[in-house]
Ligand binder design. Structure first.
Ligand SMILES: NC(=O)c1ccc[n+]([C@@H]2O[C@H](COP(=O)([O-])OP(=O)(O)OC[C@H]3O[C@@H](n4cnc5c(N)ncnc54)[C@H](O)[C@@H]3O)[C@@H](O)[C@H]2O)c1
Ligand SMILES: [Zn+2]
Length: 376
């Protein structure tokens, strides 16, 4: 399908995540929020009661339309508020929400709806996985990052004071509904951050997607829902494939989705999460691509193409003043680093499956110095 030519009936053409009994559809279309009730009825025909987990600013924008759709489909729905953004992902707050579920008489036949970005999605997924040993949940992602990434694949989490996402479960949603009209209200910096992940999918899996991003360039930042529908669908389909092949992230397949994240996470930690995720990941992708070139996998031309594309979206342009030693230490502390060595997702070209390699501290330090030096 051409960009901008999204079919009016595209909500009837979902992307499927094939996981046997845990399979589910992902619907992506402008304006599909008003169909959530009907789509839930198709996936969960016997469910007639739910709680919507959201935050005040998102509720203000989309809560009423979602409630209307659910009630219109004969589903009793009650909203519960979580703090906005990352503050929602705490153990204490998860406990409060579980109490709200009990207050509202949520039983095993009921379900939970996550209305929000990745933070709300992770929290709502987590509480639904432990409440009464697990109830169904529906993801209605409202940020680009959540639509292309976090709402799909069943990873749920809250944070611990010793690190991000340390407490969590695998709990696949029953369906995902992504309304690309919502991108119109998303702050531009959040849209840019999500585009970092979109570039990631192009590099690790789909040269065609990468080229489309290059063609569209900065015009993507205008948040045209039809254009974004194309990109969200593409990314959702790619994520679905990785998840299908390695649902529990044990085979070094799903790990490819962490391209740029080894350095990205460390940078986020050092910047005390003042840096947006996509910005940190973009820096991490540039470092990983440079490592790849040094290891003899990636051509310097491809490395420059990736850098150029990220820069069009204002990503990977600046790096906060951080020293290489602290960055390396932060990488070791990150839960994804096995003892004694750091494992990197190394791209093998544009649109090709990456390889996972242990890389020596010396080579990482050298490459980081170079990357930071170039920006200084
Ligand atoms: N589970 C996974 O597989 C997975 C993958 C990637 C990231 N994550 C998690 O996702 C989280 C980040 O998610 P995020 O980037 O979506 O950020 P977020 O959920 O913190 O939302 C960012 C901000 O955008 C606002 N917002 C959301 N939708 C909006 C809309 N349509 N219009 C206006 N404002 C809107 C929110 O109110 C919030 O202030 C992190 O906690 C990360 O760990 C999880
Ligand atoms: Zn990410």
């Amino acid at each position: 399908m051409e960009i901008g030519a999204s079919k009016p009936d595209s909500d009837t053409w979902p992307i499927q995540v094939n996981l046997g009994v845990r399979s589910y559809p992902i619907y992506v279309a402008p304006g599909i929020l008003s169909s959530v009730g009907r789509l839930v009825r198709e996936s969960l025909p016997h469910a007639n009661k739910c709680v919507i987990v959201t935050s005040p600013p998102i509720n203000e924008l989309y809560g009423e339309a979602l409630m209307k759709s659910l009630i219109g489909a004969g589903i009793d729905a009650k909203p519960v508020m979580a703090p906005d953004g990352e503050d929602a992902k705490t153990w204490d707050f998860a406990g409060n929400i579980l109490g709200d579920f009990l207050d509202h008489g949520i039983d095993r036949g009921s379900f939970i709806v996550a209305l929000g970005g990745g933070a709300i999605g992770d929290l709502a997924g987590f509480v639904s996985s432990i409440y009464l040993r697990g109830v169904n949940h529906v993801q209605v992602p409202t940020t680009l990052l959540a639509q292309v990434d976090s709402s799909i694949g069943g990873k749920t989490a809250v944070n611990h004071r010793r690190g991000k996402n340390l407490i969590g479960t695998f709990h696949q949603p029953s369906l995902v509904v992504s309304d690309t009209n919502m991108m119109k209200t998303l702050p531009p910096e959040e849209l840019r951050s999500g585009l970092g992940e979109v570039v990631k999918y192009g590099v690790i899996s789909d040269l065609g997607l990468f080229k489309r991003l290059e063609e569209k360039g900065e015009t993507i930042l205008e948040a045209d829902p039809n254009v974004l529908t194309y990109f969200v669908r593409k990314c959702a389909a790619i994520k679905a494939k990785f998840v299908e092949e390695d649902e529990k992230d044990t085979k070094d397949i799903r790990a490819a989705l962490n391209y740029g994240h080894t350095v990205g996470h460390a940078l986020e930690i050092l910047a005390k999460f003042k840096l947006r995720h996509g910005e940190a990941v973009a820096f991490g992708m540039n470092v990983a691509a440079k490592l790849s070139q040094r290891l003899g996998f990636m051509e310097s031309m491809d490395l420059e193409r990736q850098r150029g594309l990220l820069e069009q979206f204002g990503l990977g342009v600046e790096t906060p003043p951080i020293d290489v030693k602290s960055l390396l230490e932060a990488m070791y502390k990150d839960k994804k680093s096995k003892e004694g060595s750091i494992r990197f997702v190394i791209p093998t070209g544009l649109g090709c499956r990456p390889t996972i390699r242990k890389v020596s501290d010396h080579l990482i330090s050298q490459t980081l110095e170079e990357e930071i030096g170039e920006k200084a």
